[in-house]
Design a protein around this ligand. Structure first.
Ligand SMILES: Nc1ncnc2c1ncn2[C@@H]1O[C@H](COP(=O)(O)OP(=O)(O)OP(=O)(O)O)[C@@H](O)[C@H]1O
Ligand SMILES: [Mg+2]
Length: 622
């Protein structure tokens, strides 16, 4: 149990250290901060960035502000009208009829004023929600765009759940703050200033007495604010961790069941959940306690004001109407303070969320295309790797001094034991990762000098792990080339030997694929992936264990179908099943990131080296 928390903490520290949460040196909103330890954070910058998103709606914001002024003015004026009314009623000289007529008239005036106030509030809410929803839409867009642009290496150490948590909880919290808190805070401040002005206007001495209590509020508020800020960021981080865990165990549910880990999973989740509860409890407690604490303090000041004001009236130094509205204002004065403090809860969780969102937005995207990148008319597919070395992480070289030349029409195979670096080579070809040293050229052009999307358009890949999107079979195959006609899709499916099984599906090519192809067999999923590559016109084709789950007869069919396609293309094939690569023009045997043998099937067998061992199954014996 403790292990999970420890693991969590380690993951978290690693994330901060690697800059994943923006804690890397010198960059991102949290660069100068570290929320794990609750040190002060760069709130101003975060707020500035959020405001940047609403800044585009200046005219609407000015209107919102005017509406707030209007509704505050209306509520203050409405309150003030009571002064002459009460004084008039209390005036013994006036006749009853006159008093009632005056009262009636003033009530009408008050009603008008309040109607204006309500209209102002209505308009302000409507406008502000529009602004905030637009801002949130833009934040989501920016976040999603960023995720699409991040290099694959980013996903190597980020759980999907945590990413989702940024999209859902964190962004929602920012939205809530913009919808409600921001507005009530600004209107609270306007109210505060307006009420104070009216109080001073009504009676300056009583105002001073009320104000004596302000530093006491401020002090109490400050203590609570600093505590709750700390707990709110801890809460958001714990929420991300819990979401990450949920996502992981839902996605891996089959494996969990296979190994009977349900109970462990529940126990581990319970631990994370408990951690989250503890942090939420603290955050909410400190967020919520502020209102009541302030409420009690204001009550004391309120009673004192009423007492002293009453004494002034008795001495004839103040009018009863004045006292009545003053007491009313004094109460109103504390309301915005209370409201401000209540909004703090939302604001802090929003700011903590915003920091996580912006930290992600600040992640380095895939390096931009070189300024001198050019787009050749057409690529033929001459691929040259010259002394290429690469490691996923610094100091751990995965590929060492790889050199090879492949030309159109050739089929180059990579074989070798698991983890030798076969997939890694293909990852480098289309720049999922950039090489550390050496060069890779296509048609003589360094791939770093080609626009990335152009390069990828010219390489059709069947990845080792298949992936299908929610959509019809037709759409999934067409993903390989969006302008392909239905006939071309069917032809590609035939090439990939997928046509016959697709026709047996309930709706044929219109069958919906859901949950990453959960309704298909592993081999069928591979066939669709091959069809997707077959439909592409790319001159370079990469098949990474493309047929590993397909029966040998179907595999031979696919080979026959693909032969036509491969005739004009440069093809890289990776396969453990060596029979699939027998007919390759050249076979590279990889071991520990190095090409230890190369040649065609017969050459390699004659060599009686590693390939011979692999092929004859003698490798285990040595
Ligand atoms: N994203 C990654 N981050 C760090 N290391 C990685 C990553 N992907 C692979 N590696 C490491 O690189 C080495 C080569 O991996 P690669 O995927 O190229 O092997 P492979 O030859 O394709 O193996 P297999 O036959 O199992 O598919 C492995 O030792 C692996 O641990
Ligand atoms: Mg592999």
């Amino acid at each position: 149990m403790a292990r999970t928390l420890e693991k969590l903490q380690k993951q978290y520290n690693r994330a901060v250290a690697s800059g994943k949460l923006g804690g890397g040196p010198g960059r991102g909103p949290m660069a100068a901060t570290n929320n794990a330890k609750g040190k002060p954070r760069n709130m101003r910058q975060t707020i500035g960035r959020i405001l940047g998103y609403v800044g585009g709606f200046r005219r609407r914001l000015v209107l919102v502000f005017l509406c707030m002024m209007l509704s505050t003015a209306a509520s203050l004026a409405g309150g003030y009208v009571l002064r002459p009314v009460i004084n008039n009623i209390a005036d013994p000289a006036a006749s009853a009829a006159d008093r009632l007529a005056y009262l009636g008239m003033m009530l009408g005036v008050m009603a008008l004023i309040y109607i204006v106030g309500v209209a102002g509030t209505w308009l302000q809410s409507k406008l502000m929600i529009g602004v905030s929803r637009n801002a949130i839409q833009n934040i989501r867009n920016d976040l999603f765009t960023k995720i699409e642009r991040l290099p694959l290496s980013f996903h190597d150490n980020e759980t999907t759940g945590e990413l989702m948590s940024r999209f859902t909880n964190d962004v929602d919290n920012i939205g809530m703050m913009l919808d409600q808190s921001l507005m009530s805070m600004v209107s609270g401040i306007i109210n505060l200033v307006g009420t104070l002005a009216m109080m001073i206007y009504t009676n300056i001495w009583l105002t001073l007495i009320t104000l004596v209590f302000i530093p006491i509020f401020a002090l109490g508020g400050r203590v609570i604010i600093s505590k709750s800020r700390k707990y709110y960021s801890a809460q958001q981080a714990a929420l991300g961790a819990a979401n990450g865990y949920i996502e992981e165990s839902v996605a891996g549910q089959k494996v969990v069941k296979v190994f009977n880990h349900e109970a462990d999973c529940v126990a581990e989740f319970d631990l994370l959940n408990g951690d989250l509860r503890g942090k939420q409890e603290k955050a909410m407690f400190f967020g919520g306690i502020m209102g009541p604490v302030m409420g009690n303090t204001t009550q004391i000041s309120y009673s004192l004001t009423a007492g002293i004001g009453g004494a002034l009236c008795a001495l004839g130094r103040f009018d009863v109407g004045g006292l009545a509205i003053f007491v009313n204002y004094a109460r109103q004065f504390s309301r915005p303070i209370n409201e401000l403090s209540q909004q703090m809860a939302t604001v802090f969780s929003a700011l903590a969320g915003a920091e996580r969102v912006f930290a992600l937005m600040d992640k380095e995207p895939e390096a931009a295309d070189a300024p001198d990148a050019r787009t050749p008319e057409k690529l033929e597919g001459h691929v040259v790797l010259d002394d290429v070395s690469f490691g996923y992480v610094p100091d751990k070289t995965v590929l060492k001094h790889i050199s090879l030349y492949a030309k159109p029409g050739q089929k180059i195979a990579f074989v070798g034991s698991t983890g030798a670096g076969k997939t890694t080579i293909t990852n480098l070809l289309n720049r999922f990762y950039d090489i550390d040293s050496g060069t890779i050229t296509v048609d003589g052009v360094d791939i770093k000098k080609l626009p990335r999307d152009y390069l990828r358009k010219n390489i059709a890949m069947v990845l080792q792990d298949t992936h299908l999107f929610t959509g019809t079979v037709m759409e999934n195959i067409r993903y390989g080339r969006l302008d392909a006609t239905d006939e071309e899709v069917v032809a590609a499916a035939k090439t990939a030997s997928a046509d016959s099984f697709i026709r047996r599906l309930s709706d044929g090519y219109d069958t919906m694929i859901e949950g990453d192809g959960a309704n298909l067999s592993q081999g069928q999923r591979q066939l669709l992936n091959i069809a997707r590559a077959a439909i592409s016109n790319a001159p370079i084709l990469v098949l990474d264990e493309a047929t590993s789950s397909v029966d040998t007869r179907t595999e031979r069919h696919i080979e026959k179908g693909m032969d036509k396609i491969m005739a004009t293309r440069t093809t890289f094939v990776i396969a453990h099943r060596l029979s699939t690569v027998r007919n390759a023009d050249a076979i590279m045997v990889l071991e520990n990131g190095e090409i230890i043998e190369r040649g065609d099937h017969d050459d390699l067998l004659a060599m009686k080296g590693r390939y011979y061992e692999l092929y004859t199954g003698k490798s285990e014996l040595t």
